[in-house]
Design a protein around this ligand. Sequence first.
Ligand code: DC
Length: 222
Amino acid sequence: MSELVIAIDGPAGAGKSTVSKLVAQRLRLSFLDTGAMYRAIALKARRAGLTPADGERAAELGERTEIAFGVGDPQPVYLDGEEVTTQIRVPEIGEFASALSVHPPVRRLLQKRQREIVARGGVVLEGRDTTTVVAPHAQVRVFLTASLEERARRRCAELQAKGQDASFEGVLREIEERDRRDSTREDSPLVHAPDVTELVTDGLSIDEVVDRVIALVPPKTR
Ligand code: DC
């Protein structure tokens, strides 16, 4: 069993999910999408009639919630045994998750569960705070980023490919707002820690980005 842990951090739309999944496949590691856990709790909280301001109650609800992942692409996500893979991907749930994720009780709960998964090793994990809080001792830590326009273009194409309505201007504004909120929250904000390798992906193909991440893996841990 591999001990290798690769943490990939960065803002919305930088390609964290796509790149992390491919790195995991190539190195035969498991893949942990930490954002999916925030999204799953957001879905449950919204169904329960909570607002994103109800951090305390959302965390209580989360204590009694089972979040599980299956195998596949897209990776199936189960909320208390119900498959919610596509339901958690709509923009409203992303917004709700971002707003809910500012609350320390919600973060503590999910960070604890994420650390338990990381402790088993052999994992690529992605999400804002993975290089700084969840897996600060990972052998490979990458801050994946791209210009705001590039990220909006990619997110727009992704949504359109799924048949969802998306205007470039609207997506750009949403990403800008999400960046602002994720970076300015007090508890474990999105930050580029000085000792984390920055990878700017403008103009790079997905394969080139994946190759660059894999090149960072120390040879004896591969
Ligand atoms: O990566 P994503 O878009 O699926 O994440 C949705 C929201 O969840 C994101 O805007 C902020 C929050 N999140 C977080 O606070 N910490 C993480 N490690 C992952 C996601």
